[in-house]
Design a protein around this ligand. Structure first.
Ligand code: PRP
Length: 218
């Protein structure tokens, strides 16, 4: 049996749709249930549904053989995983945003940055030699500037609506993110045939989608 950790939330439906097209299907009852561990129609695959940040943890520790999670989470986690495939789902950007678009050039003091992604934020500002104080939050980061907790945020932008509706504007882009298939290193050795079959199946589905859309942009 292959265990697949799926990031709950924004990419869950797209991830399950891709897997179904690759032949790994959950029936409707299973999909609609609130159970967090489910077996597919063939009995060859188990799905576990976990918070995005926990996908690399389950996969790195070998509890899950593979996982589907955003590049944003992988950059933040720095887990030691194999990354065989960009699934092209849940496309978004990791950005620096602020209420005052000029704040980085205007401010002389230490800027406060609120984020769920403290490693990414520290690496980004560190590489540019900009001293910042990182304020770790768990969500609703866009509130921080308006309430005076931070000058800047580092967060994900998909449609841009959350930034707009909270009076924030993109100051810099840090990285693009899409959903990725990740593998546990030992599983890849020990269950090589089954995992290769899964990777190739997903790769064919992703390539067919890219071709149908008229080519990739990466
Ligand atoms: C993400 C992100 C932004 C929002 C961006 O939040 O942190 O808040 O989505 O999407 P938009 O550009 O389409 O408006 P998420 O839904 O993952 O929840 P959380 O950060 O509050 O936990």
């Amino acid at each position: 049996m292959i265990t697949i950790a799926i990031a709950k939330g924004r990419m869950q439906d797209d991830a399950l749709a891709l897997l179904a097209r690759a032949g790994v299907r959950l029936d409707d009852d299973a999909r609609n249930s609130r159970r967090l561990a489910l077996t597919d129609d063939s009995g060859r695959y188990q799905f576990i549904f976990v918070k995005p940040a926990d996908v690399p943890v389950y996969v790195e520790h070998g509890i899950a053989d593979c996982g589907v999670v955003g590049r944003d989470v992988l950059l933040e986690s720095q887990a030691d995983l194999l990354l065989p495939l960009d699934l092209g789902i849940a496309r978004c950007r990791m950005v620096v945003a602020a209420a005052d678009a000029e704040i980085m050039t205007r401010s002389l003091g230490m800027l406060r940055v609120a984020t769920k992604y403290s490693h990414i934020a520290a690496a980004h500002f560190g590489s540019r030699g900009i001293p910042v104080e990182i304020i770790q939050l768990s969500g609703s980061v866009e509130l921080a500037p308006a309430l005076g907790l931070a000058d800047l945020i580092v967060d994900l932008v998909e449609t841009g609506r959350t930034l707009r509706e909270n009076g924030l504007t993109v100051v810099e882009e840090i990285a693009e993110s899409t959903g990725r298939l990740v593998l546990n290193r030992a599983s890849y050795q020990l269950k090589s045939d089954s995992i290769t079959e899964l990777v190739k199946g997903l790769e064919a589905v992703v390539n067919a989608q890219v071709n149908a859309a008229g080519g990739g942009d990466e």
